[in-house]
Design a protein around this ligand. Structure first.
Ligand SMILES: NC(=O)c1ccc[n+]([C@@H]2O[C@H](COP(=O)([O-])OP(=O)(O)OC[C@H]3O[C@@H](n4cnc5c(N)ncnc54)[C@H](O)[C@@H]3O)[C@@H](O)[C@H]2O)c1
Length: 262
């Protein structure tokens, strides 16, 4: 019944026609860019986010790409909310084939000063929350017996120490470990799970964390001398969400303009 991840001839088209994709954190930033890129390749979309604008973002995707899309307000720190997301997706589209799990939280303090509750909040959203949604979707994929693709957004902070990022880095490093174990266990069900590790990206989160001198210093250190745009991250996520990457699992793909080569 289950036999790993089979070879499928690939064309380089990155086609997702007829696939159903959940994008968690999809109501803005990298998530919305990913949802749009998936839709441009023919996937139906579920926008899941704790924001109130999920339906609005989904509506614009329907108008712009002519695919089906729904919004499901979701909080990844709640099991009930995540179970509801999977149920609503199956109710609307019959099955789920792709999960982009990219909710995120960051708050910057030095390691001597950060409150433990703040560290726990990073872990609750960025690590446990992402695992909760991966687990729920993987179990649905296993039930469907058709495999699937899961991509999480990790960070350059997995590879390099960044000042005042202790809570964030602890949560993203946990995510990398989770991705590896799940890749090992879920390959036999035909499920690939990978991470994409960006440098600073021009989003609400990126602008919040990098302002003034820290911003100009950081840009100076990145060999390409700029931050990333959301579509550049979405393109890497798309690659890891289609047949073109069937042979890649448990990877954490760096998209950092060369920042971590030092
Ligand atoms: N922007 C950067 O510089 C950068 C760099 C590396 C990694 N990342 C990661 O990329 C991902 C996307 O971030 P972004 O830059 O697009 O920021 P963003 O703030 O635009 O998007 C994050 C989204 O996650 C949602 N979210 C937060 N908590 C949630 C919860 N409990 N349940 C459901 N949704 C929740 C937010 O509402 C928001 O829409 C995050 O995982 C972030 O850690 C961002």
């Amino acid at each position: 019944m289950y036999n790993g991840i089979p070879y499928t001839p690939v064309t380089g088209s990155f086609d997702l026609t007829g696939k159903n994709a959940i994008v968690v954190g999809g109501a803005g930033g990298i998530g919305e860019a990913t949802a749009r890129m998936y839709a441009s390749k023919g996937a139906n979309i579920v926008i899941a986010d704790c924001k109130d604008t999920c339906d609005e973002v989904a509506g614009k995707i329907v108008a712009d790409y002519g695919v089906k899309a729904i919004g499901v307000k979701t909080d990844v720190t709640s099991q009930e909310s995540v179970d509801n997301l999977v149920a609503k997706t199956v109710e609307a589209f019959g099955e789920v084939n792709i999960l982009a799990a990219m909710p995120g939280f960051v708050d910057l303090y030095r390691a001597t000063d950060i409150e433990i509750a703040n560290v726990e909040k990073h872990i609750a959203i960025n690590a446990v929350g992402v695992f909760r949604v991966c687990q729920a979707v993987a179990n649905q994929m296993i039930k469907q017996e058709k495999g699937g693709k899961i991509v999480c957004i990790t960070s350059q902070a997995d590879f390099i120490a960044i000042n005042k990022h202790v809570g964030y880095t602890m949560s993203k490093a946990a995510l990398v470990g989770m991705i590896k174990v799940c890749a090992l266990e879920w390959a036999e069900y035909g499920i690939n799970i990978n991470g994409v590790a960006p440098t600073v990206v021009n989003t609400y989160m990126g602008e919040r964390a990098w302002q003034g001198k820290v911003k100009t210093d950081m840009i100076e250190k990145i060999p390409v001398h700029r931050f990333a745009e959301t579509d550049e991250i979405a393109a890497a996520v798309l690659f890891l969400s289609c047949n073109e990457s069937n042979m890649i699992t448990g990877e954490d793909l760096v998209v950092d303009g060369g920042f971590t080569i030092y």
